[in-house]
Unconditional design. Structure first.
Length: 244
């Protein structure tokens, strides 16, 4: 199997069917064998049923994974990655913020052996922002990048750790997510730090991005918890290093 596409979703019954359709069209159009794994993170609006009822063409595998209660985006992506079977694996935020065709830009350097992980980035000069965030969210994103960079020493060449569109070599994804313990939105940082510690190469690629104003991430509500989680990640990784 070529590509596993993981789509985490929480109360997204209106959006999930469109994501399933777009992912299936992408796989067929590019001639790839693949699977779509929608992970329902404890929704109460029929997200799992909506995703399961969406028709998919022959040749495309569609799985809907559901659990309760809500555990967080990191837990959802981890659940999907550990169920994946593709030579390559990716996850994409629900809502089609980034067209699936953009994944080709991440797959190419992995296929060529230039890296093991490719992050979509909204900050590159070649990226196209079709619909920008509100100014307050842009400020919060800027502040997060500054503070997180100081707290956990993110490499300067990585401009957008939180973009919800990432591609991995499949075995690397399953290894890293198998070790990840962050259930919330900071899982991206933990995966990145684990990857760098293992010596895996991470590059960025430009994306066409449309802000979803119906996002489940709220900067003022999640901000303080994010920095507490960063401290826990840093402490956890240090403890693991001592045990080796």
């Amino acid at each position: 199997m070529d590509l596993s596409i993981v789509i985490p979703a929480y109360n997204e019954a209106d959006k999930a069917p469109h994501d399933v359709e777009a992912a299936a069209d992408f796989l067929l159009r590019e001639g790839m064998t693949g699977e779509i794994l929608v992970v329902d993170d404890g929704s109460d609006d029929g997200t799992a049923e909506a995703a399961a009822d969406t028709p998919v063409p022959a040749g495309v595998s569609r799985k809907v994974l559901r659990y309760t209660p809500n555990r967080g985006k990191g837990y959802a992506v981890r659940t999907g990655m550990l169920e994946s079977a593709g030579e390559y694996a990716m996850f994409a935020d629900v809502g089609l913020c980034v067209p699936f065709e953009n994944a080709l830009r991440g797959l190419e350097p992995i296929r060529k052996g230039q890296c093991e992980i490719a992050h979509g980035s909204r900050k590159l000069a070649q990226s196209v922002l079709v619909r920008r965030q509100h100014p307050w969210r842009r400020f919060c994103s800027w502040a997060f990048r500054k503070v997180s960079g100081l707290m956990v020493k993110i490499p300067r060449n990585l401009s957008d750790t939180q973009c919800g569109f990432k591609v991995y070599r499949g075995d690397v994804a399953r290894e890293l997510y198998g070790a990840c313990r962050s259930h919330g939105f900071m899982f991206d940082i933990e995966i990145l730090l684990r990857a760098l510690r293992k010596g895996y190469r991470v590059i960025e690629f430009p994306v066409e991005w449309r802000c979803d104003y119906d996002s489940r991430l709220h900067p003022t509500r999640n901000g303080a918890g994010a920095f507490s989680e960063l401290r826990r990640i840093k402490r956890r990784l240090k403890e693991e290093e001592k045990e080796v």
